[in-house]
Design a protein around this ligand. Structure first.
Ligand SMILES: Cc1cc2nc3c(=O)[nH]c(=O)nc-3n(C[C@H](O)[C@H](O)[C@H](O)COP(=O)(O)OP(=O)(O)OC[C@H]3O[C@@H](n4cnc5c(N)ncnc54)[C@H](O)[C@@H]3O)c2cc1C
Length: 338
């Protein structure tokens, strides 16, 4: 591995913003981290970890050294009648790992099929879709401390998973390189198809007791029909989190906006950010260079590969419009760098 200077990252981020890394190191083997870390230390450069680039907004110039996590490998650590424990390298492609786990006959990850990005990034925002979240299947995370270069382990509890959230976005934000994620997957589990879009698909296709493979295929079909393929239309999936409201906040809003959709959560309720954005008229603004997707108002698209500045300006317009109309501040999901 050699550290390279002034590397173009436009092809390494799915929003396709023009971006150059001052320094760049592809990590293909475990030993590559030590060499890159030494380089950063010698040159006193900050470190930034990049996976599949599907949840970042990259500015034109990224100072410091970008560590591109590309390490591959899967190892079964433990198998018994009810579960399997498998360690997966952080640079593995998430969807390929899910596909492999389902084809082994294991259950659990079927609802999370086709989420772009790497295994190492999955714990960062506790990726979730169709009523499931990855955190429940993670046993532990093996990482490197970017400050000291030392290895450490975090148990599931220490990861403090929440809705699109974890300790990696809070106390340990940008402090670690996740090298390996250890999953504990059930051998048999009834898939959860309670999420409305999934339930509707199963009903429509006569899937009465769907297997994990049926659900995996259903999720592929639904996602492909709804979400733009970032390889063709640059995007980072949902650009904002769904706001989480207390019951009192929800009740106050429902007085003004009785048609506001809402879903009960453990504490309070969640409202769909897509609905709020659409209600502010953003779906009709289809001639803007950066805009929301015509079928999904939560997905900001960047077809002309505009800069991060243009994307951020458009996102700020959405935030102000939603704040003004509904009094809700939408929280951006992808991380800003540079
Ligand atoms: C079309 C589309 C659909 C999507 N759908 C969903 C969805 O349904 N649910 C969902 O939760 N997300 C979704 N996403 C967002 C994205 O796919 C996930 O957040 C994914 O986990 C990001 O992985 P990545 O490897 O691309 O991370 P990157 O974008 O490279 O990085 C994201 C963050 O994680 C950090 N990071 C990445 N790898 C590591 C590592 N090994 N160690 C430490 N830090 C790391 C980065 O520094 C950065 O802060 C979608 C994105 C797209 C484009």
């Amino acid at each position: 591995m050699s550290v390279q200077a002034n590397i173009d990252l436009q092809a390494f981020n799915t929003l396709a913003t023009p971006s150059r890394a001052q320094w760049y190191a592809p990590l293909r083997e475990a030993k590559d981290f030590a060499a890159a870390w030494q380089f950063a230390r010698q040159h006193q450069e900050p470190l930034l970890v990049l996976g599949g680039g599907s949840n970042v907004v990259l500015g034109e110039r990224l100072p410091g050294l970008v560590l591109h996590q590309l390490c591959q490998g899967r190892e079964i650590l433990l198998e018994d009648e009810s579960s399997v424990t498998v360690a997966v390298a952080g640079g593995e492609n998430w969807h390929q790992f899910v596909h492999w786990s389902i084809s082994q006959g294991w259950a659990g990850l079927e609802n999370l099929a086709l989420i772009p990005g790497s295994v190492g990034a999955a714990p960062i925002q506790n990726i979730g879709a169709y009523g499931a979240e990855v955190g429940g299947f993670i046993e532990r995370v093996l990482a490197r401390d970017l400050n000291t270069g030392e290895g450490l382990q975090l148990s599931r509890d220490e990861c403090a998973f929440g809705y699109r959230d974890s300790v990696f976005k809070r106390d340990l934000s940008d402090q670690l390189l996740i090298e390996t994620v250890v999953f504990k997957l059930p051998r048999q589990a009834e898939p959860d198809v309670s999420y409305p879009a999934l339930a509707a698909y199963c009903a429509e296709h006569g899937l009465v007791s769907p297997t994990p493979l049926d659900v995996f295929n259903a999720v592929l079909a639904i996602r492909t029909s709804k979400l733009p393929d970032p390889a063709r239309v640059p995007n980072v999936g949902s650009f904002f989190k769904n706001p989480q409201l207390t019951e009192a906040e929800l009740e106050a809003l429902l007085i003004k906006f009785p048609q506001l959709p809402h879903y009960a959560r453990a504490a309070g309720a969640s409202v769909p950010a897509a609905w709020l954005i659409e209600a502010c008229g953003f779906k009709t603004l289809q001639s803007e260079p950066v805009r929301v997707h015509g079928r999904h108002a939560l997905v900001v698209i960047n077809p002309d590969k505009q800069s991060a500045t243009t994307v951020r300006r458009f996102a700020a317009r959405i935030q102000s419009a939603v704040a003004e109309r509904f009094g809700i501040l939408l929280e951006q999901e992808p991380r800003n760098y540079g």
